[in-house]
Write a protein that binds this ligand. Structure first.
Ligand code: FMN
Length: 206
């Protein structure tokens, strides 16, 4: 069972910008709640002709930096590779990452209320493999991963391109993932150039 901070909003919110729309005139699958409209839970709005494999190919064309999202639980450290990191707000300083609903790292984040983000460097592809399950998993003490503890006791990958220390601020269900929003308490840059994921491979910027 997950514990920790409250799930702030259980349903992904779709703003339609139609404040005056009568609820009887709402598109199929939406429910009215106050002045806003929400996509009804479990409803599929996708065109059945949208081929998931084709969609995967299109999504693979979107370049992304890759980060290790780290946290801790009673077993030790937890971490996974994510390409879904997004800076959200400067004031207050917020970032987000989307975590698989069934990932052990999400459990650790929600249980501890803390997580750190390490943007991997160009020469840290081997760590990308370790933290994405493509190579032997990292042990709970991160003995084979160069790291240092952040001020919150959660590890940061040594030699990364940039890092953020976060307190869990909010969680939003989003399909098979959860959007996890963190309030950034500390951040810094390293010397490394970022590693980029594109077309199912890792690249440098040069
Ligand atoms: C390039 C790449 C990007 C990924 N991005 C994400 C992501 O944004 N969120 C996520 O939950 N998993 C992502 N994954 C998958 C996780 O890294 C993988 O499922 C991991 O083994 C989960 O570990 P855990 O269950 O121990 O937390 C990505 C994998 C790869 C190869």
């Amino acid at each position: 069972m997950r514990s920790g901070p409250k799930l702030l909003e259980a349903t992904p919110r779709i703003e339609l910008g139609m404040e005056l729309l009568q609820s009887s005139a709402l598109p199929l699958g939406y429910v009215a709640f106050g002045p806003r409209f929400y996509l009804r839970r479990g409803s599929r709005q996708t065109d059945p002709s949208l081929d998931p494999n084709q969609l995967r190919d299109v999504l693979a064309y979107v370049p992304a930096g890759v980060v290790v999202v780290s946290s801790r639980d009673e077993r030790g450290y937890r971490g996974l590779l994510a390409s879904s990191f997004v800076p959200v707000s400067l004031d207050p300083p917020l970032v987000l990452v989307c975590l698989d609903r069934f990932s052990a790292t999400l459990d650790a984040v929600t249980g501890s209320g803390q997580f750190n983000v390490s943007l991997l460097g160009r020469r840290q592809e081997f760590l990308a493999d370790r933290f994405s399950g493509r190579a032997p998993a990292v042990d709970p003490g991160w003995r084979e991963v160069p790291h240092r503890p952040g001020a919150n006791g959660v590890p940061i990958v040594e030699g990364c391109a940039a890092w953020f220390e976060c307190v869990l601020q909010a969680r939003y269900e989003a399909g098979d993932h959860e959007i996890v929003v963190g309030l950034t308490g500390a951040a810094g840059r390293g010397e490394a150039e970022p590693l980029v994921h594109w077309q199912r491979s890792f690249w440098g910027l040069a």
